[in-house]
Write a protein that binds this ligand. Structure first.
Ligand SMILES: Cc1cc2nc3c(=O)[nH]c(=O)nc-3n(C[C@H](O)[C@H](O)[C@H](O)COP(=O)(O)OP(=O)(O)OC[C@H]3O[C@@H](n4cnc5c(N)ncnc54)[C@H](O)[C@@H]3O)c2cc1C
Length: 324
């Protein structure tokens, strides 16, 4: 029987790691320092590929019972250019409040032991899924923010860009609308770190008309980029944001987290070489990270707005997905 796997963090990466390790026959312990459910800064746009991934673990019917919103269209506004297209497969709008608790419950129901406290020290066969780490110099940092609104929902994810700032707007379960954004520190500071004032000044006509039903949440600082090398310990496997943080405009962070989590859980259960696991992650994520970095730079220097009319929306969407 495979040896016990310890998972640090019960977010999407940690829960999928636990499920994959349990599938491989290993006993699993999950350390989670927060009490779930809890709200979390996130666009709450779950990429369509999550459906087949859940199906692989026998989770799709249960997930659909959460009544996620179906997202069938995308609209991007970059400078004066607006681009809309239908998604090839519907994506999901689901709150982190519902999704994270539900995923963790699935792992517990299949036999994972939850230790509701921060992990202390490293264990043999550990999946590190504790989310983002990393720092940037003060002044050049990025911050994320989000809130939920009542309003007239549609089936669209909208991404609106302004210099130093973007927001995503989409529906989640219960007809609620999520507004989530990313902003450069200097710009945020000029609005007193107040998302209401910031979004009011830049996107007044685009914000949901209904009342705000969740206080603004803020997170940061955020640092983009992958860290595919595994340096923590002999049988330690980093997954999710602990492995790399993809630009939120891709709407792919949760998918990446669950895919790498599933790989990591299996690798830990079988005691595979962390270097082989890292190679698999690189194969899955490297192109996507490259594409996201090119897009980020071309958005910042204005090229993206000029080129957008000539690039099919579906192609843009595809290059910012992991290779799975
Ligand atoms: C502004 C913004 C918008 C985003 N929008 C989207 C989007 O629309 N779609 C999308 O797919 N992705 C989006 N993302 C990315 C997405 O939120 C992350 O990629 C995803 O949360 C990563 O999951 P994870 O499990 O790796 O980490 P997390 O979700 O961060 O989970 C880590 C867990 O570990 C726990 N933990 C931390 N330290 C310890 C410890 N020492 N011991 C025990 N537990 C610990 C934490 O409490 C947490 O529950 C967005 C991110 C940001 C910042």
């Amino acid at each position: 029987m495979p040896e016990r796997v310890t998972v640090i963090g019960g977010g999407p990466a940690g829960s999928l790691a636990a499920l994959a390790a349990l599938d491989a026959g290993a006993p699993v312990q999950i350390f989670e320092k927060s009490r779930l459910p809890r709200h979390k800064v996130c666009g709450e746009f779950l990429s369509p590929e999550a459906g087949p991934l859940f199906a692989r673990f026998g989770l799709l019917p249960g997930f659909l019972e959460l009544r996620p919103a179906r997202v069938t269209e995308a609209r991007i506004r970059l400078g004066r250019t607006t681009k809309s297209w239908r998604l090839k497969h519907p994506a999901f709008g689901i709150s982190r409040y519902a999704l994270d608790r539900w995923l963790l419950d699935q792992a517990i129901a299949r036999g994972a032991e939850l230790i509701p406290e921060p992990a202390g020290g490293m264990h043999e066969r550990t999946v590190v899924a504790h989310g983002r780490r990393g720092c940037a110099p003060k002044g050049s940092r990025l911050f994320g923010f989000k809130a939920h609104f009542a309003g007239v929902p549609n089936d669209r994810i909208e991404l609106l860009f302004a210099p130093g700032l973007y927001i995503g707007i989409n529906r989640i379960e219960g007809g609620v609308i999520n507004v989530c954004g990313l902003v450069a520190e200097s710009l945020f500071k000029s609005f007193g770190f107040d998302p209401e004032k910031l979004t009011g000044a830049h996107f007044a006509g685009e914000m949901p008309a209904g009342e705000r039903v969740l206080d603004w949440l803020i997170t940061g600082p955020l640092v983009h980029g992958p860290a595919f090398e595994q340096t923590d310990g002999p049988l330690t496997y980093r997954a999710g944001d602990a492995l790399g943080f993809i630009d939120p405009f891709t709407g792919s962070g949760m998918l990446d987290a669950m895919c790498t989590g599933a790989l990591a859980g299996r690798a830990a259960a079988f005691g595979s070489a962390p270097s082989a696991y890292a190679r698999d992650c690189r194969r899955m994520l490297a192109n996507q990270y490259r594409a996201a970095a090119v897009l980020r730079k071309s958005i910042a220097n204005g090229m993206a707005g000029l080129l957008a009319p000539f690039v099919p929306g579906r192609a843009l969407f595809q290059v910012t997905r992991p290779s799975i």
